[in-house]
Design a protein around this ligand. Structure first.
Ligand code: DGJ
Length: 720
């Protein structure tokens, strides 16, 4: 990253030494510039006032005069307006007549609202940019932090509020940025159990698009992401801006168009989730990126940033192991001989990690009881877990285990002993017959830590599936901080153990939890048709290496749909592959196909784990496609999933993206043998590989054989 700075009276930006601290004795009009090679953000301040982003977009030339940009950014004043336009600053202040939502709402401890008005204090400008402002009258200090990344092109920004005496916080926004005006709509995310990552497209109009998640967890309904495409942008072309708020406790997003036409984007924790007065509050990191290569430019930045910067891998060189998870095979009915038989079959199919799901502890025979009683159920495991673990290990698989640490059933020994440990009112509504346990209490965290540590210390376990199956009774930042503390402590003491974030599927997916975990259980839907779409949209933020995807039962348990094994297997092979059906149900054909596809995945995972997932602009809405490609662009695989019957008879050519137009590529239809009997013609790809240029692939596209809905074509590409 480079961050340069200037003042109105000082020398040009590049001449300033980095890393020094300026003080308030310096002249007015502060000028700062962030660059990562792809994007530039220019932040300037008028006089002592809070700074504002006056430019954010494609990289500016080095010689650009920031002062001119500052002046040129000024909008005109006409009738019916104030005599000067209030700044759309990094924290818009109500006290400066800002005509939209303020960036900070805070009260004195006695309840009196404070109306902050900040003045320049100092800045530090090294590899990161830190700008400090002070409101002497109210005893408040506001700090904005920016970090850029020249490899992932991600800007990470936070706001920190310090108070001389404790204050109550209602709302604190991460650094507020303007949204482009050359944009017609914004895309944010909603979802539900078994239906995560649904996109909402909302047209810009005067007023607010306001998303607030008050459930206390990230939630299926509220993935904290936003994409603002400029007019005409698609997956593969045009300009786009994208945001993600890295926090697991529920966020608030404001996308507001002001009466004068300017647009602001605010992100922070959900309002009023800090229950105690305090002297310091900080937002979570806000991740932002700008792309000139369509939504994919943003998606690739997020994917790389998650994989290479956010997640910490216990064994970075270990390929992601193929999982087997027993949940949909046995549910709560754990029997050692059955599980050993299942493990044998899973290993034969190619599994490398066996995950024992819910049902191994307390008297957990169904989901009404025993959460928090984290001791092995001796009725089901009279000799403990070791016989099962030994068997799994003898098959060459590692062993993982399920916990739901932040939860408690009223019907549990721990709730009977400590009813006060449950979070929320005694008469609260239950969720899945359970309550959350109060993670803000140190004694609760110690207790859960001790129980979990005992299991981990006494068994050969390298993986936890960490579940969170209900929303909180009310938003509470202390609960999220408590969860983070517990995970951090366990990770410090068991550094080789990986963690999967699950919350009834994809209910806790965000970069806050991903700083502490290595996989997400994207959805409880193992229905390949639904997964195809969920995965496609999740790829706007998530890379393959952390996105779990399992081959489910022949008849899907959550949709009732019956899908062919080939489709189920290929959809799982698009991400971190695993199996979750009862392998005893598989017939010979299914065993053969699943073994083959798993072997294909293992042969390709080394490069696919580090590949970029590029969503393709399909000219047929029935076909959902993506291109996974190495950074060097020398190797790729295209997955073209047919989600429905097409309106037209013949498949429309499939245009690839981001290739070298002058290079020649060999394209091979990897699963051509699965062509249906209704494909009677002779498209070249049916016969064998073809060699064509990048220009042809990107501007004409590949003509695929006709196929049934609920099937997938897999195309392998190599640069020659
Ligand atoms: C919800 C998860 O999403 C499932 O995969 C499974 O682990 C169950 N909880 C277990 O109770």
């Amino acid at each position: 990253m480079t961050a340069t700075s200037d003042t109105a009276a000082a020398a040009p930006a590049a001449a300033l030494p980095l890393g020094r601290t300026e003080t308030k004795s310096h002249p007015v009009n502060h000028l700062w510039r962030l660059d990562d090679g792809r994007q530039t953000m220019v932040i300037t301040a008028t006089g002592e006032r809070l700074p504002q982003v006056v430019y954010w977009g494609t990289r500016l030339p080095e010689g650009e005069d920031l002062r001119t940009l500052h002046d040129a950014h000024m909008i005109d004043v006409t009738g019916g307006m104030l005599d000067e336009n209030p700044d759309l600053s990094l924290c818009p202040e109500a006290s400066r007549t800002f005509p939209g939502q303020p960036g900070l709402i805070v009260r004195h401890q006695d309840g009196t609202p404070l109306l902050p008005k900040f003045c320049f204090d100092s800045y530090t400008n090294g590899s990161d940019l830190k700008i400090k402002y002070r409101d002497e009258g109210n005893g408040l200090t506001l700090t904005f932090e920016f970090v850029t990344d020249p490899k992932t092109y991600m800007i990470e920004a936070r706001t920190i509020l310090n108070a001389d005496a404790p204050v109550h916080l209602h709302w604190l926004a991460a650094p507020v940025v303007p949204a482009p005006q050359a944009s017609d709509e914004m895309i944010d995310f909603t979802g539900r159990w078994c239906g995560e990552f649904q996109t909402n497209r909302t047209a810009w109009s005067p007023g607010i698009r306001y998303r607030e998640n008050r459930t206390g967890r990230t939630g299926h309904e509220h993935f904290p992401g936003l994409i603002v495409p400029c007019t005409g942008a698609t997956n593969t072309q045009g300009e786009a801006y994208a945001f993600h708020y890295g926090w697991s406790g529920g966020h608030r997003m404001v996308a507001e168009e002001l009466p004068d036409g300017r647009r602001q984007i605010q992100w922070g924790h959900a309002a009023r989730m800090e229950h105690e007065a305090a002297t310091e509050f900080a937002t979570a990191p806000l991740y932002m990126t700008y792309s000139r290569t369509g939504l994919n430019g943003c998606a690739v930045s997020f994917q790389r940033h998650v994989r290479d910067r956010i997640v910490t891998w216990p064994k970075p060189d270990r390929p992601r192991p193929v999982h087997y998870n027993c949940w949909e095979a046995v549910y709560f009915d754990h029997k050692l001989d059955v599980l050993c038989d299942i493990a044998d079959r899973a290993a034969a199919l190619g599994a490398e990690r066996f995950v024992l799901d819910d049902g191994w502890f307390g008297n957990r025979d169904d989901d009404t009881r025993a959460l928090s009683d984290w001791e092995v159920d001796v009725r089901k495991y009279p000799d403990g877990l070791t016989p099962l673990i030994d068997h799994v290990k003898s098959l060459g698989m590692s062993f993982g285990i399920w916990f739901e640490p932040e939860m408690i059933n009223p019907d549990s020994n721990i709730h009977r002993a400590h009813p006060d440990w449950a979070l929320g009112a005694e008469d609260q509504l239950l969720g899945r017959q359970q309550k959350a346990i109060n993670m803000a209490l140190p004694e609760v965290r110690d207790f859960i830590y001790d129980r979990m540590a005992a299991i981990l210390a006494n068994h050969d376990i390298d993986y936890i599936k960490w579940d969170h199956n209900r929303v909180l009774p009310m938003p509470d930042a202390a609960q999220t901080r408590g969860s983070y503390q517990l995970i951090d402590r366990l990770r410090a003491d068991f550094p080789d153990v990986e963690i999967e974030s699950c919350a009834s599927g994809g209910g806790r997916i965000d970069f806050g939890i991903l700083k502490r975990t290595q996989r997400v259980w994207l959805s409880d839907s193992n229905d390949a048709l639904e997964r195809l779409n969920i995965q496609h949209n999740a790829a706007l933020f998530l890379p393959l290496s952390i996105t779990g995807s399992h081959v489910g039962p022949r008849k899907c348990h959550t949709s009732g749909r019956i899908l062919d094994i080939s489709f189920r297997a290929w959809v799982a092979a698009q991400r971190h592959m695993g199996f979750e059906m009862d392998p005893r149900e598989l017939d010979d054909y299914e065993v053969r196909v699943l073994t083959e596809v798993t072997s294909w995945w293992k042969h390709n995972r080394d490069w696919m784990e580090n590949a970029d997932i590029l969503r393709l602009d399909s000219s047929d809405p029935a076909v959902i496609c993506e291109q996974q490609m190495t950074r060097e662009k020398d190797r790729f695989v295209v997955f073209a999933g047919k989600a429905a019957t097409s309106a037209q008879i013949s498949p429309r050519p499939l245009r690839l993206t981001n290739l070298d137009p002058d290079a020649m590529y060999e394209i091979n239809l990897a699963n051509r043998v699965t062509a249906s009997h209704l494909s009677r013609g002779t498209p070249a790809l049916k016969d064998g590989p073809i060699t064509v240029s990048g220009a042809y692939l990107m501007h004409h596209g590949l003509t695929l054989p006709w196929s049934f809905p609920e099937t997938m074509w897999v195309l392998e590409g190599k640069r020659l």
